[in-house]
Design a protein around this ligand. Sequence first.
Ligand code: PHE
Length: 339
Amino acid sequence: MATAQHDGLIQKARKLEEQALQELQALSSTRHCEEFRVKYLGRKGQLAQLLDGLQALAPDQRAEAGRLLNALKEMLTAKLEQRLAEFAHIEKEARLRAEALDVTLPGRRQKLGSLHLITQVTKELEDIFVRLGFEVVSGPEIETDYYNFEALNIPKDHPARDDWDSFYLDGFDDLLLRTHTSPVQIRVMQQRRPPVKVVCSGKCFRRDATDATHSPVFHQIEMLWVDKGINFAHLKGTILAFLEEFYGKGFEARFVGDYFPFTEPSIQVHVRRKGTEKWLEILGAGMVDPAVLQEVDYDPEEYTGFAFGLGVERMAMLKYGVDDIRTFYQNDMRFLEAF
Ligand code: PHE
């Protein structure tokens, strides 16, 4: 009886071997290998079932059949590993082929962005001032009443405050968005002794109604030069030099009297393209008022200086023929890409 079982088991093992070897040959992927493993070598697989059958055999037959089954298991495992290694190799090759970059393909050109015209013009102007010997400085966009007005000789209730309609910060009586870059003059002079020769660019904010030449946010460049013996000729010479450098020969400038509490005398400068009618006011300027020098403990008997603040948008509008300041902020790609 036991012998019949033994023989049956051996026969089944042979059949299994034959079938498994055939299937091994036919395997075609790592996934199929896994299915094969489960079917033959898994915990509930065909070989495990045959091993269960050992229990019914006589001890000596069990040992012999056991060795046979174990040898079969080892053989199948080894062959399966071999096939797996083959597929791993093939599949890796395929993956690498699929991911391969053909570096000989022609490139596709990506359009580069460009700096906004305001940024370009600001840099260009700063560069001109640096060549004229000015140092680039900066200051905060949120200012105190003191720096934006008071230290610039514009006390509270001074009617000149009407010239700078301001955005105050909710809940802070003393804080506002700076209405001009002139407060940087005070900040720099407080920190240094003369000579001071600086230029500063940045955003300014005013509660102006928006129109073709006014925007509630705009950009200024502030210039300040204080030293012994600075006079109005320095102011005029510097302004004419940088205007010619920026605009070239095709433009002309005129100086018109003006009033600013922090300069005396004060002027504004208009520029137009030669041969055209309309002047555009592009900057305010003047000799630094002695009261401002005193405020920062500079002796007005010893030192004099001049300052100006120019509107970057307006400078750009004239040079590039932009006739509406709002165009700078609408981010129309056709406008942005034109420069
Ligand atoms: N801060 C002035 C303005 O914005 C311009 C200015 C600067 C005038 C420096 C004189 C000197 O209107």
